[in-house]
Design a protein around this ligand. Structure first.
Ligand SMILES: Nc1ncnc2c1ncn2[C@@H]1O[C@H](COP(=O)(O)OP(=O)(O)OP(=O)(O)O)[C@@H](O)[C@H]1O
Ligand SMILES: [Mg+2]
Length: 323
């Protein structure tokens, strides 16, 4: 089998802060094949954005430090690349869509200028050609009358339209990999659905691999075939969508699934996972989830369970997986 497009191996990322050292991502490993969709879910603060930003090397250093690991993209380790090389990769080979489109767009440039820049910088297009391509890509993301709208500024667009523009910028140069970090969280549910459909449509058409990050398991399931569940900086479970939903192995995944409101369970109270996420500056010994786990035994308090992600079956980092 061909090597994956992206392979993250044993990544550990920490922040050196005044209060101490915070380990945001620990021993994280996963892979994404060409054209594949991988979903990453987990509650707030579990390290999803740090993972995404690490891939694109966008974390400020200091305070951030990559302690160990490799991020192999097309057989080369991104962690060994210089900033100039990364600039050629970002937007051209790997793109990212952020949660809040307003903060990612430049308010003082028109939408058209911002998209055209991708074509000029990465593909060396002339001004005229870049403008023609901009119109084309705005059409592709279903922005009505792109010719007129490309000379407007971001504040003249609605949230959903701005996110379409972000998708246009991200996909302009037809990257191999798109990392979407909660791209629909700031939007209304109806618009959210439209944006998810658009992402799925374009990803399929352009054969782009997608890493889709969300705290919402339902949203991830809509788009992704394989899902990784993160807890306190590490994956606790990883596997194909069907198995994960029907036979979850990790108590945390089971808890997350029970917390999803479903029509056939409308008379049952939603189950909450007891306790709250551990302090990443002072994580518990052993399994980081053990203080919240109803299955926790002595071994969980002492030995951290490991997950072998390079397998096609569902895997969980739990001493009692599936029991
Ligand atoms: N630039 C930074 N400086 C210091 N700490 C940071 C920085 N960025 C992230 N962190 C810390 O790293 C941990 C993981 O943060 P991250 O943003 O990856 O969480 P997340 O899973 O994306 O959460 P959310 O769902 O809220 O977006 C958190 O404890 C956060 O406070
Ligand atoms: Mg985040």
């Amino acid at each position: 089998m061909e090597p994956p497009l992206l392979e993250v191996k044993d990544l550990t990322v920490q922040f050196h802060l005044r209060r101490g050292t915070l380990r945001a991502v620990e021993n994280l490993s996963f892979f994404v094949r060409e054209g594949e969709t991988l979903g990453i879910v987990g509650e707030t603060g579990c390290g999803k954005s740090v993972t995404a930003l690490s891939i694109l090397r966008l974390l400020p250093s200091p305070p951030c430090e990559v302690v160990k690991g490799e991020i192999i993209f097309e057989t080369e380790d991104l962690l060994k690349k210089g900033e100039a090389e990364m600039q050629k990769i970002r937007g051209r080979k790997i793109s990212m869509i952020f949660q809040e489109p307003m903060t990612s767009l430049n308010p003082s440039l028109t939408i058209g200028e911002q998209i055209a820049e991708c074509f000029r910088v990465h593909l060396g297009c002339s001004k005229r050609e870049a403008r023609a391509r901009t119109e084309q890509i705005l059409n592709t993301v279903h922005i009505p009358s792109p010719k007129a709208l490309m000379d407007r500024y971001p504040h003249e667009f609605s949230g959903g339209m701005r996110q379409r523009v972000m998708i246009a910028i991200a996909l302009a140069c037809e990257p191999k990999l798109l990392v979407a970090d909660e791209p629909t969280t700031a939007l209304d549910v109806t618009i959210q659905g439209q944006i998810l459909d658009l992402l799925d449509e374009l990803r399929g058409k352009m054969n782009i691999a997608l890493v889709f990050i969300s705290h919402n398991l339902g949203v991830v399931a809509q788009l992704c075939n394989r899902i990784g569940v993160m807890y306190a900086g590490s994956f606790v479970e990883m596997g194909d969508k069907e198995s994960l939903f029907t036979r979850p192995l990790h108590p945390y995944t089971t808890g997350l699934l029970k917390a999803i409101p479903l029509p056939h369970r409308r008379n049952e109270p939603l189950a909450a996972i007891r306790g709250s996420v551990c302090d990443l500056m002072n994580p518990p010994r052993g399994c980081k989830f053990h203080p919240r786990c109803h299955k926790a035994a002595e071994i969980c308090r002492v030995t951290p369970p490991v997950l072998e992600p390079n397998s096609s079956v569902v895997q969980a980092a739990c001493h009692f997986a599936g029991e």
